[in-house]
Design a protein around this ligand. Sequence first.
Ligand SMILES: Nc1ccn([C@@H]2O[C@H](COP(=O)(O)OP(=O)(O)OP(=O)(O)O)[C@@H](O)[C@H]2O)c(=O)n1
Ligand SMILES: C[C@](O)(CO)[C@H](O)COP(=O)(O)O
Length: 225
Amino acid sequence: MKYYYIVAAAGIGKRMQLDYPKQFLEYNKKPIFIKTLETISKNKLVTDIIIVTNREYIEKVKDYVKEFNIEKVKNVIQGGKERQDSVYNALKIIEDEDAIVAVQDGVRPFIKEEYIEKAYKELEKNMDISGVVIGVMVKDTIKVVDENGIIIHTPNRNSLVAAQTPQVFRIKTLKKAYKKAKDEGYLGTDDSSLVEKIDEKVKILEGDYDNIKITTKEDLIYLAK
Ligand SMILES: Nc1ccn([C@@H]2O[C@H](COP(=O)(O)OP(=O)(O)OP(=O)(O)O)[C@@H](O)[C@H]2O)c(=O)n1
Ligand SMILES: C[C@](O)(CO)[C@H](O)COP(=O)(O)O
């Protein structure tokens, strides 16, 4: 069985407001996408890693992969305009129709190996579900608001989970979901939302609060060492 791992690292980091993409920010003298990859490649189930990055950074990413001896990287390919386009580019080059595939933000460098393992295994043993998403219960009370900031309602916090990555799926399901989203012009903010749209069941596996996405300048504190 092939266990693919797609690492999305083709964003431009608009919200971080640097003059280079935030996946190249450093933690412990390594670009954060490399820290992410180190954890992934160490996992014994992962067989094939595909990195998706900005066209002009492909060679630089290949150099980093060599420099830091990241194993199992089979392809470094060009991303697209949105995260969804980048992940779709990677899905299109996977030919094995029986594979399991995990999708990961390159800018979640604190992912722990145990969650990768748990997610793959949960999906494999549970034929009732089509995907597994690592997530954490929200700590704040969440409000749904209208365009004027007026609160419409307050969902019950016990049913609210902040979705992270990895998000793991059977390849056939994920390809079907991505194709349908493309055909219908649907743009989701994560992979699971596309699979939910084709009425497949996706299960949340509780992860941890350390697995943050480096998104805005406030998150730089997590990289200070
Ligand atoms: N076209 C894109 C956009 C995002 N990503 C990747 O998806 C992950 C999560 O996206 P996000 O945090 O939104 O990154 P950016 O798109 O770079 O940030 P922003 O939205 O602020 O521009 C990141 O690892 C990012 O590199 C990608 O592969 N392709
Ligand atoms: C996939 C994700 O990390 C789950 O929380 C998130 O939705 C990515 O969103 P972004 O806008 O691409 O950062």
